[in-house]
Structures are given as structure tokens and as C-alpha cells.
Write a protein that binds this ligand. Structure first.
Ligand code: ADP
Ligand code: MG
Ligand code: MG
Length: 517
């Protein structure tokens, strides 16, 4: 029954379930999930396309049976600093000179970053026609307890900051609602009531909050310039298994002022959109080719990974959207602000960077506390130290090596680092950063994935969503003017403790919610 390692730490949580209670819990969980769109399209390995030729089947998303225990103080701190993180990344995305100096080191060795930068430079030279920018961010954390001093308390340490296609905001609202539903129908044993109750299970408002961010951008765009009706475009992958996560945002946005949303596969951009002379972006729906919609906002749920750019045409398409008058979520500069290299530069000890972007010292110091040690792998002093750590199997086992990539499955972990570097030309090493592994306290839970129950030790990763809408140089003295800035709900992802990667979509993890302790 259990492909995950049994947890060595004895724990009363989650509680033991009688077979009858387990059956009650699972049957409710399965049906509630499908009834509420806590679902994904099946993996081809699970249901072959021949068995579902019309693509009508859906699976319940991998979820935990119980909410995972999470320290309340850590949860509250992570949510409380989100608006500061929004402010920080908005400031970075607006400081083209600073961002340029950070990506400079990557341009010769990371083709993807170089191509993105190139698109920005081309448009900068001709002039941008939209200075509003939208970020739907997600800052990811793990709980860190000092192994030398477990009584010192727990803190959250940031895994990474996502600026493009931050996913699961739709499903995370549903999973927190699922766990509250299971509680309210008595699926959890009565002896857990002091732990599991309405006060300890926080709802996640991510779906409506992220949709509110899109709605704010749609409104801030102003009236149609082309006298066509307006719309928001979701640029998506095709096929997309995580479609319901995105649909939840679409439906929330649609019910808000009836904003019209269209899904546009990344490969169809040049076919289905036009730029007017003033660079107004028009969407031509294939189902009604004589009509035009003026696009106010482009929400990228695709385009973050180099393998999506299958030919030069895909780069032309990204350029075409970026130079348009639509508000981009994210713009190229905001996308690049999410590079792991930026995170590493910010985390450099005693560096002036953080205070440059966050002039309020108390805000900067709260953000600083969430940084784990991260090193460059270049020829700087710190880089040479990091090279030594990464090449020694003993020290490397405390680190993860990350390239400038998104979407999971790209990192190299622990003892695999030295042999990986041995095969990589040294000139390419600076394309990576070396990060200390965060070692969260051991926990236990049960995951239901594709009908299979997996029980054992787990690792949880908290994501906090943030919405930021700003106008570059729109404030006094050419400062950035922030129009919207708010925390937008949370996500908990939980994986078996034998897996280094946590991606739900990549098949490693599950969606979860918090039980605050
Ligand atoms: P991506 O942008 O591809 O999601 P991440 O930096 O989030 O890249 O790394 C992917 C996964 O690897 C994370 O979800 C987490 O499970 C694990 N991971 C990354 N960095 C660390 C770290 N410093 N400590 C522990 N686990 C980590
Ligand atoms: Mg990421
Ligand atoms: Mg991640």
C-alpha cells in the first residue's frame, strides 16, 4: 500500500481510521472533488488517448486525505510579507538597468534568458506602448527548524519566487474547501476535533483573489480603443492537463463584471490575433472569424519553458504579444525578474540590493529573514567557495543546483551534483545557482493519487499568492505607481519525503491545505 517510506517519527497525526471511516472519507472526497472541479485531465499513461478519443475524462487531482500540520506563526508571517514581496518584485521588474546587469552574466550561456532579453531590447528600441504591468506571483516556502537547536522555533525559508504562470491558485481554493467539507460531515474522527476545527483550517481565497487581479488590470486598461468588445486572453499550453485550475480563475473572472475570457494555445497566437497600427491587440475567435475582441490583458500560463518554443515562430509570437498595447501578466521584464539568479543576488550576504528596492528597513529585514543561503557558481570569491562545496560529495549533499528554469524537473540534487558538474563545461556553470537544502521537520500524511492510497513521511511546501498591478514611471518624480497590491491566498503542496521534486503536475506531489498548529 505504501510506496513512501514509513515515517520514523511517531505521530498521532493523521489519526488512525477504521476501514469503514476510511471508506466514508474516500467516497466523499472522490465525489466532492469531481463535483467541485478539484480535478485534472488524466495523464496519457493513466488513460490512453484511444480510450478517451474525445478528451472528456477527468480525474480527481492528487490530494491529501487530511490537511497537513503547519506552524501558525510561519503561515501568518508568510502571508503577512506577501505585499512586501509584491513591492520588491515590482521594483525589480521596473529597474531595467539593474535587471540587465544581473542577466548579463547569463546571456552568453543561457540561450532562453538571452532570447527573452532580446525580445525586450527590440521593443525598448521601438518604444513600449503599455506601461501598466500585472503580476500574479507565488512565493514558495518550506518550514525550517534549526537542527542544532530545535527549540529555537520554526521559520519559513523561501524556496523560490514565481513571476510567470504561478499555478494551482484555482485548485488550492477547492482543496481547502474540501478539507473543511470533510470536517463538517464528520469524516474525521471526533478525537481530532481539538486539532481540526473551523479555526485551524484557513480557507484559501486564491481563485477569487487572482481573478480580482485580472479584473483590476482589465478595468485599468480603460475603454476599448477599437470600438470592439474587450476580453482577457489566457495563453495556454496544448494539451493542458491542469486546465480546471485555470478554468476556476476564468469562471471567477467571468462572474466578476462578465469579463469575457478566451483560451489561446501558444501555437495559435499568430493565427488568431492581429495588431492594429497603434498596436492594439485584437483577438479573432476561430468560431466567429468575422468578429474582433480588443485584448486588455494577456495572462501567460505558457511560454515559461524553452521546449515550448518549438520554432522561431514561437519567438515571433511572444514578441508580437509583448509589443502590443495589452497589459501583460507577466511582461518580459517581470518574467526575467523571476530568474533564480535574481533570488541569489538578493540573498547575497550584506549586499545593498534588498535595501535599494525596499527602502523601509523593517520590511527589508522581514524579507531577508526568509532567505536561505544561495551562492553563484561563477568566478567571484563566493562563487569559488560554492564550486568547492558543489564538487565535494559530502558537502554537496546539503545543496540543490538550479538552472534558470521553471515548471519543475530541472534541478540537480545533493550527491548528483558533483558528477553532473563533471560533465558540464565550466563555462556553463554560472548559469546555475547553488542553494542550501531546506530541511523541514518530518510529518506524516496520506495522499490519494489516481485511486492509490500512499501513506508515509511527507514534505510540505507553502505557496503564497500575490497580486500587483503597477504603472512604470506613473508616480511622482517618475517613480513606479502601484495601483493594486495584495496577498491572494495560499497553496500547500505535499510530496512523499523520498522525492526531491514537489511538482504536482510533474507527478510528484499533491495539493493540500493547512491545519495551523
Ligand atoms: P521550479 O521553478 O522548477 O518549481 P523550484 O526552485 O521550486 O523550481 O524547485 C523545485 C522543487 O525542488 C521544489 O518544489 C522543492 O520541492 C525542491 N526544492 C527546491 N529548492 C529547495 C531547497 N532549497 N530546499 C529543499 N527543497 C528544494
Ligand atoms: Mg518556479
Ligand atoms: Mg517551484
Amino acid at each position: 500500500m505504501s510506496p513512501m517510506a514509513p515515517n520514523s517519527v511517531s505521530s498521532d497525526y493523521p489519526p488512525h481510521l477504521t476501514p469503514e471511516r476510511l471508506e466514508y472519507l474516500i467516497s466523499n472526497l472522490k465525489d466532492w472533488s469531481i463535483a467541485h472541479g478539484l480535478a485534472v485531465r488524466p495523464a496519457p499513461s493513466f488513460v490512453s488517448p484511444e480510450n478517451d478519443p474525445s478528451g472528456v475524462l477527468a480525474n480527481s487531482a492528487p490530494v491529501t486525505l487530511f490537511p497537513s500540520l503547519f506552524p501558525k506563526s510561519c503561515f501568518e508571517e508568510a502571508l503577512a510579507i506577501q505585499s512586501t514581496y509584491n513591492e520588491l518584485y515590482c521594483a525589480i521588474a521596473n529597474d531595467e538597468e539593474w535587471l540587465g546587469s544581473v542577466v548579463q552574466e547569463l546571456l552568453d550561456i543561457d540561450d532562453f534568458v538571452a532570447q527573452l532579453w532580446d525580445v525586450h531590447i527590440k521593443i525598448k528600441n521601438e518604444g513600449y506602448v503599455q506601461n501598466l504591468s500585472l503580476g500574479l506571483f507565488r512565493s514558495d516556502y518550506m518550514v525550517h527548524t534549526n537542527p542544532e537547536d530545535p527549540n529555537a522555533g520554526s521559520e519559513v525559508k523561501q524556496v523560490e519566487f514565481n513571476t510567470i504562470a504561478s499555478s494551482f491558485g484555482g485548485l488550492s481554493s477547492q482543496v481547502s474547501a474540501l478539507h473543511r467539507h470533510l470536517l463538517s460531515i464528520g469524516a474525521y474522527p471526533p478525537e481530532t476535533s481539538s486539532l481540526l476545527n473551523d479555526d485551524t483550517l484557513p480557507e484559501s481565497k486564491s481563485a477569487v483573489s487572482l481573478a480580482a487581479g485580472l479584473a483590476a488590470a482589465h478595468k485599468a486598461y480603460g475603454p476599448s480603443k477599437s470600438s470592439n468588445p474587450t476580453c482577457v486572453l489566457f495563453v495556454v499550453q496544448d494539451p493542458e492537463r491542469n486546465v480546471f485550475d485555470q478554468r476556476h480563475l476564468e469562471y471567477a473572472l467571468h462572474s466578476h463584471d462578465k469579463v469575457q475570457v478566451f483560451r489561446l494555445p501558444f501555437g495559435q497566437i499568430l493565427k488568431d490575433t492581429e495588431l492594429a497600427n497603434d498596436r492594439t491587440l485584437l483577438y479573432v475567435p476561430p468560431f466567429a472569424p468575422d468578429t474582433r475582441y480588443e485584448v486588455t490583458t494577456i495572462y501567460f500560463r505558457a511560454g515559461y519553458s524553452p521546449d515550448e518554443y518549438k520554432s522561431e515562430e514561437y519567438w515571433t509570437a511572444r514578441y508580437h504579444l509583448e509589443r502590443s498595447a495589452a497589459i501583460k501578466c507577466p511582461s518580459i521584464l517581470t518574467h526575467l525578474a523571476g530568474c533564480k539568479k535574481v533570488q541569489q543576488v538578493l540573498a547575497t550576504p550584506h549586499s545593498p540590493h534588498l535595501s535599494k528596492f525596499l527602502s523601509d528597513e523593517s520590511k527589508a529585514s522581514r524579507v531577508l529573514k526568509t532567505f536561505a543561503p544561495i551562492y553563484p557558481l561563477d568566478e567571484s570569491e563566493a562563487g569559488k567557495e560554492a564550486q568547492k562545496l558543489a564538487n565535494n560529495p559530502d558537502s554537496a549533499s546539503r545543496y540543490v543546483l538550479k538552472p534558470q528554469r521553471e515548471g519543475g524537473g530541472n534541478n540537480v540534487y545533493r550527491k548528483a551534483i558533483p558528477p553532473f558538474l563533471k560533465d558540464l563545461p565550466k563555462s556553463k556553470w554560472p548559469a546555475y545557482i547553488l542553494m542550501e537544502m531546506i530541511e523541514p521537520p518530518p510529518l506524516t500524511n496520506t495522499i490519494l493519487r489516481n485511486g492509490e492510497i500512499q501513506k508515509g513521511g511527507v514534505i510540505c511546501e507553502l505557496g503564497v499568492y500575490g497580486v500587483c498591478l503597477w504603472e512604470a514611471n506613473g508616480g511622482e518624480g517618475g517613480q513606479n505607481k502601484i495601483l493594486e497590491n495584495f496577498e491572494a491566498g495560499y497553496l500547500l503542496r505535499t510530496k512523499g519525503d523520498q522525492s526531491e521534486e514537489g511538482g504536482v503536475a510533474a507527478g510528484f506531489g499533491s495539493v493540500d491545505s493547512c491545519c495551523l498548529v
